[in-house]
Design a protein around this ligand. Structure first.
Ligand SMILES: O=P(O)(O)OC[C@H]1O[C@](O)(CO)[C@@H](O)[C@@H]1O
Length: 609
């Protein structure tokens, strides 16, 4: 059907790479810049601490280098959560006692704001919403009995559904195996990143159901996931996850999966599960079509803090991950984070270090380096949690602040052989968070690959060596240590960062719980697709003429009444030409003015519609 001529058959301009390292404005900083004034915390606790004057970094020559003094600082500031076996070492961040004193009133106000938030205050003023992800792991804190019951009932429903699927009580309609063997999770952003991180961190080597993800509207990526499932599509449970129930990428993923089911002669509704807000488009579709199950996503849980809702818990439970342990770890961490003493409150300590390291304006990037393969996706998970929460143009008073902290990372020691060279010696625009896991392997599995040395000792040595080498060059770092990667520690890590983000946002006076910037891109994407429809209509009209009338790009733009959109029209045509779309583009894509375009087929129905 498609006919392409000229060299327009390969799209010259459309491939924009997604880099995991976000681009950011580089602000030249003197080696020890003045601290900006901390913004008086507002949001919920509106009182501005009177003594928050300018907070300045002392003009000493560098970080503490005397090893005894450093050891003293390490011991003095080391945070330990005994029950969780979690430590936070902030000794390699150079904040001073004076800085902590000056920040104290701001932190107290932020902690009061957090207390109000947990009691059900409208903490997301723009959207008029409560922010209740903390209730998910301790429903007794929910502000009403109704919400408590909703949380408890949903958790019970998740556990019972997962048990029934894993045990084979709930069966796929036409699988020879007689039980579900695969999960295909369709969702994006907060509806994918938590489940991906947790699956990578905690799924057993042979889970009862293996999980794979469609988290984009990339047709090749979708095809790949479906092809990998092969005949097991018949025993695949499809989780469609979307809080709003209307996200285009997720809708497209669903439509593509439904098409694959039709082509395989399978009955999609009997294998489909929706996780979404009540009465969303997705919820209504699932209800009307009679999908296998539906689980609620609550209005008061944001996408990026939804890992402990059905969004994260259902996929985890289906992989036999102990979700009650995850919740327990998060609840213990939440409790610790309610301390009003900064040094006893790990989330506040993190926020304090972020403020110090980034001057409270995001002047340095947060590099997350877990020394454990299973925590590989933690940095990607945190990228959304931190950047979507803190990356805001305006503060709560409407001042333009362009806040945020850029997050990237991968894993150690792998990154030693990639970008650590630059961290040690290159541009000084970051601080590092090491994630250390004390237990190398399950007990009884270790062996010495050299006398007295195990593989895990090497990993440990690499972490310690990198930390020391960075510090020696005045590069600041934090270290979070856990005993092992298990549901409890992963729950605690998620809770730690969720709260640190909330506290930090309060300190810099921004709304951490909305994402107005995302809408601009979504709206623009919608406009491009609308323009594409107009381009097709104009081309159809010209192509239905006798003889066919090939059009230049200028002519297409004029007839679309969109001369200002000519570049976008060129890109639309190049994209369609590269994709066999019954479009004939003659000329050279490298010289857009030479292009003439028409359709290989004339659609009279559309013309006279
Ligand atoms: O769960 P939904 O409504 O499909 O949204 C997915 C993601 O899209 C965003 O709204 C941003 O576009 C995220 O905040 C969210 O996690």
């Amino acid at each position: 059907m498609a006919s392409i001529s000229g060299i327009c058959s390969s799209s010259p301009t459309l491939n924009h790479q997604n880099h995991s390292t976000p681009k950011r404005r580089r602000t030249p900083l003197p080696s020890f810049p003045s601290r900006p004034k901390p913004f008086p915390p507002r949001s919920l606790a509106r009182e501005a601490p009177a003594q928050l004057s300018s907070i300045t970094k002392p003009h000493h020559a560098g970080l503490e280098k005397d090893s005894r003094a450093l050891w003293h600082r390490y011991v003095e500031w080391l945070y330990q959560h005994k029950e969780l076996g979690l430590y936070l070492d902030v000794s390699r961040v150079g904040f001073t006692d004076e800085f902590v004193r000056e920040m104290e009133p701001g932190f107290q106000a932020a902690l009061r704001a957090m207390e109000d938030l947990e009691k059900g205050a409208i903490a997301n003023p723009d959207e008029g919403r409560m922010v209740g992800h903390y209730w998910l792991r301790d429903s007794s804190r929910a502000p009403t009995a109704f919400l408590k019951t909703q949380i408890d009932n949903t958790l019970d429903a998740i556990c019972s559904f997962a048990n029934d699927v894993v045990s084979g009580k709930i069966k796929p309609p036409s699988s020879p195996e007689g039980r579900f063997t695969q999960i295909l999770s369709v969702g994006i952003g907060g509806s994918a990143l938590g489940p991906q991180f947790v699956a990578e961190a905690l799924a057993p080597d042979n889970p009862p159901l293996k999980i794979r993800f469609i988290d984009n509207t990339d047709p090749a990526g979708i095809d790949h996931q479906i092809a990998q499932l092969g005949p097991e599509l018949a025993s695949t449970l499809v989780l469609v996850i979307s809080k709003s129930g209307g996200t285009p990428e997720t809708r497209n993923g669903l439509l593509e999966v439904q098409k694959a089911f039709r082509e395989a002669g399978l009955n999609f509704p009997k294998q489909g599960v929706a996780i979404t807000q009540e009465n969303s488009l997705l919820d209504n579709t699932a209800r009307i079509e009679g999908w296998l199950a539906r689980f609620p996503m609550f209005d008061w849980v944001g996408g990026r803090t939804s890992e402990m809702s059905a969004v994260g818990l259902l996929p985890a439970a289906l992989q036999s991950i102990d979700i009650r342990e995850m919740l327990a770890g998060a609840a213990l961490m939440d409790e610790a984070n309610r301390s009003t003493v900064i040094r006893n409150n790990p989330a506040a300590l993190l926020a304090l270090c972020w403020y110090w390291a980034t001057d409270g304006v995001g002047s340095k990037d947060m590099v997350i380096l877990p020394y454990k393969d299973s925590l590989l996706l933690f940095s990607r998970y945190l990228q959304q949690l931190v950047m979507e929460s803190l990356g805001k143009e305006f503060d709560l008073d409407g001042n333009r602040v362009n806040q945020g902290i850029s997050v990237y990372g991968n894993k150690g020691s792998t990154d030693q052989h990639a970008y650590i060279q630059q961290l040690r010696e290159g541009v000084h625009n970051f601080f590092v968070t090491f994630i250390e896991v004390l237990r190398d392997r399950p007990p009884g599995h270790d062996w010495e690959l050299e006398p007295g040395v195990t593989c895990g000792d090497y990993l440990f040595g690499m972490l310690q060596g990198t930390r020391s080498a960075l510090y020696a060059n005045n590069r600041e770092s934090l270290t979070v240590t856990v005993q092992e990667v298990n549901p409890r520690s992963v729950g605690a890590l998620i809770a730690l960062y969720e709260r640190a983000v909330g506290i930090y946002a309060s300190i810099v006076n921004i709304n951490a719980y909305h994402q107005p910037g995302v809408e601009a891109g979504k709206k623009a994407a919608g406009e491009v697709l609308a323009l594409q429809k107009r381009v097709l209509a104009v081309l159809n009209e010209a192509s239905c003429k006798e003889p066919v009338e090939p059009l230049t790009l200028e002519e297409v733009a004029d007839r679309c009444h969109a001369p200002e959109d000519i570049e976008m029209i060129y890109k639309i045509i190049a994209h369609m030409a590269a994709n066999d779309r019954a479009l004939i583009a003659e000329g050279n894509c490298g010289s857009p003015r030479s292009i003439k375009v028409f359709l290989g087929e004339c659609n009279l129905d559309e013309l006279y519609a």
